[in-house]
Every structure is written in C-alpha cells, then in structure tokens.
Write a protein that binds this ligand. Sequence first.
Ligand SMILES: Nc1ncnc2c1ncn2[C@@H]1O[C@H](COP(=O)(O)OP(=O)(O)OP(=O)(O)O)[C@@H](O)[C@H]1O
Ligand SMILES: [Mg+2]
Length: 483
Amino acid sequence: MIESLRAFGYSLETAIADLIDNSITAGAKNVWLSFNWNGESSTISIKDDGCGMNEEKLVNSMRAGSKNPLEDRDPADLGRFGLGLKTASFSQCRKLTVGSKKKYDKVSIRSWDLDYVNKCGEWRLLNVETNYSGSLFSSLEGMESGTIVLWEQIDRLVKGTNKANPKYENVFYEQIDSVKSHLAMVFHRFLESGENFKIYVNGWPLKPWDPFLRNHPATQQLPKEPLYIFGKKVVVQPYILPHRSKMNDETYDLADGLGGWNRRQGFYIYRNNRIIVTGDWLGLGFRKEDHTKLARISVDIPNSLDNEWKIDVKKSTAKPPTQLREDFKRLARLTIEKATLVYRHRGKASIRKTTEDFVFPWETKSIHEKYFYSINRKHPLVDDVLKNAGDQKGKISAMLRLIEETIPVPLITLNSSEKPDNLPVPFEHVPSEELISVVKEIWDSLKRAGLSTVDAKNRLLNMEPFCDYPEHISSFIEKQKGE
Ligand SMILES: Nc1ncnc2c1ncn2[C@@H]1O[C@H](COP(=O)(O)OP(=O)(O)OP(=O)(O)O)[C@@H](O)[C@H]1O
Ligand SMILES: [Mg+2]
C-alpha cells in the first residue's frame, strides 16, 4: 500500500504546494523552503512558524487518512482528505521526517522510511532524536512553535545522479525555478498580503504572480458575478488582459507564466484563496485558441463545496457542478467575446480597474436554497425615486414588490436555455437617445446625491449596463459640461 501511495500523480510543484497548504492552515507567517543539492543524497525541507503539533497529534498526522474527508472543515482550512502530507511526500521521496513543536511543548520528531517498512513488513513509524539531520530539527527549539518536513532519498528527482557532474546539478536547480513559478502563482493572494505571509526559497523571498495583471492600467475587469449552489456562494470575476501593444516585453513575458499565453487562458479556480486550477476551460466546450488568449476568469469557491467541485487530493483539479455549467458557459462566452475584440485591436477599454463596487439593478438572494431576485434599492436611481416620492412612496414600493414577486423566472430560464445565443444585451439595437435618456435620469440622481462630475462619471462606468457603453457615457458627460 505504501508503494501505491506514491502513485497519486503529483509533480514536484504540486507536492510542495500541498505541504505549504498545511503550513498556511497552521497559521504560518513564514515558510522556508530549502533545496540542498548533494547528488543522490540531496534533500528538500520545508519549515514553517505555524502552530505546530504535540507528539500525539504528530503521530496521528503521520497516518494516511488522519482526518475524515466528510468532516466539516474550518472555512480557512486548505486540507480535506488527511492524506496530503504523506501522499505528496512519498510521491517524491522514500524517507519522510516531520519535526514539530507546539507552543509551550517540546519538539517531537517522527519518520517514515519506506525501505524500513518494506523490510520489516510492518507500519513502523520511527521515533527520531532531536539532533537528527544536524541542526535542522534542533532549530525548532528556538522557536515558539513550528514544523519542519524533511524529504530524503528524493529518488523521483535525483536517482542515478552524480554530485560531481554539473549537468545533474543544473537539472536540479531548473526544477527549483519551476517550483518557484508554481508557488508564486498558486499562493499569490497570500503573498500579496505583504508582511503577513512570506515564502523563502533557499533564502530568497518569493514574489507573487498575479494571473490577471490587476495592476496594469489596460487590464479590463468585467462585472463580478455571484452564483449560488446549495445556498453557498461562488464568485466569478472575468478579466480581459491588455493587448500586446499595451505591454512592455517584461510584462508580456511575465504574464505568460509557466506555460505560455495560450495555455494560461480560461478559468482560475481559487479554493480559500489558493489556486487549484490554473487556466482551463473546464470541459465547457471552449478551446484554447490564440485569439481568445486574453480571457482569464477568476472563480472563488468555499471548501464547503469540495464534494460538488470534485476536488482531488492533490488540489489540482476541480469540475464545475452541473447546476453551474450553464452560467459558466455564459460567462466564458461573454469574456471570450470581449477578449477577442481586444486581441483584434478593436476592444474598447470599457471598464478600468477600479476600487468601486459595481452597481447592478438586480440582486440575487438565496434563502434556504431558493433564489429570489430583487431590485437593488440602493441603486442610485431607485434610491432617488423612493426618497423623493413623497406620498407616492407606498405605491412605488408596492409596484417594485409586485415586479419582484412575479418576475417570470421559469419562463426566462426556459427561453434562455433553449437559445442562449439569442439573449439580447441590455440596450442592444436601441437608439442611443433611449440609452442616454436613462443615463440622464441616473446622472441627475447622482448629482442630487452630491457627487462630483468625476465621481458621478466613475459611478456610471461601474454600473450595469452602462459599463458596456463607455463612449456614450463620455460624450454625454462632455455635453453636460458644455451646458
Ligand atoms: N505544517 C504543519 N503544521 C501543523 N500541523 C500540520 C502541518 N502539516 C500537517 N499538519 C497536521 O497534519 C494533518 C494531516 O495533514 P495532511 O496534509 O496529511 O492532511 P490534511 O491537510 O488534513 O488534508 P489533505 O489530504 O487534503 O491535505 C493536518 O490535518 C494537520 O492537522
Ligand atoms: Mg494537507
């Protein structure tokens, strides 16, 4: 069985990421990853300053299946199966040693040596002296709490190598580069938190890699959309990356990540802020074409939906639940359409990255797994109308309520699922005067609420559906200034 545990299909990158998951779940602020080249005796160690484990917990954690996957986990827990520490480690090495120290407790160390287990034919977990591996484990003594995972006999990486041959050494160090790129991507949100979390690789701090180039002025951010399944929220945020002409060579090369621009398109699934899927169209029928390569979409899922998303032990695959597939297809299609326009140089910078939230006229609420659609009372126009309605307020509220309660959801669902391509975009094929007459009313409401011209313009550009008509908004505002 222990040999079978080696065959989960981890790569070096995904195996190390799985161990860092454990460090993050343990509340670590720092993770020190160390690759030590020594031919066939090379080692890899991961040390963290998380909460650590006492002896009993360490012994339990060394067991395969140390936790029940069906158990509810803390919303920030990156684990699920009680396997990762063992399966990730054995995928790369034949000897796994873990030392740990809980606050106010002593250091405990345990080790699995696959050759020893094979030889004695029993699951004998070794109790190890604190001075094992020189000063590595004794460095825990000086820490309040923390954990060190040491991989020895990393046969998958260095078997048959010769320490004196620089060719092998180069291959070893090339692997470190690809581990660094993978970790910089997978944990970029944690690394962006500044002083709160750092990963050091052989002493060097890792810089985060943002798949969406959110800090680039030409990146377009489409409206964020919350979706619900079993009353739990999944948030989808599409981005269109800038046209090649808007990026310098360095940014272009950087955004290419590990696999190249083409491979990097698609959905990025974040589970508790940690990326598990890195650019994939999730089997929804889209292909990775050159003209769609600027489309990247972030999806945030909670760990309470692991089963529905079919999360695997390696935390490297996820499949959208059937109930969300149509929404995902719709959002992918929309993003791909806009990304193609930018790729063909026809894309307007419809929406700039902004700190303001988007304003939607409609809101979706989920109560006891049932969905309700309501008109956003905080929408500037609705808010203004209600505030200034005087004795009509009751009537207007009743009218809104009537619309909300009777909105023909089943009919809309039926019609749109039959011909999703025929769904009109708001104000599509409508004379621009009609669009502007609606914009004008909202503009007046915003001004009445005391917003400056600049703020009111930004608000309109962050409002569905006007975010899709930036040139109309701009010319409307120019006219207002002239008057
Ligand atoms: N670096 C660490 N610091 C503190 N506790 C740890 C650390 N690594 C592992 N543990 C403990 O060991 C347990 C087993 O870890 P393991 O990675 O095998 O499973 P898991 O994280 O629970 O689930 P998964 O299989 O999804 O990773 C964890 O649940 C945690 O309690
Ligand atoms: Mg784990």
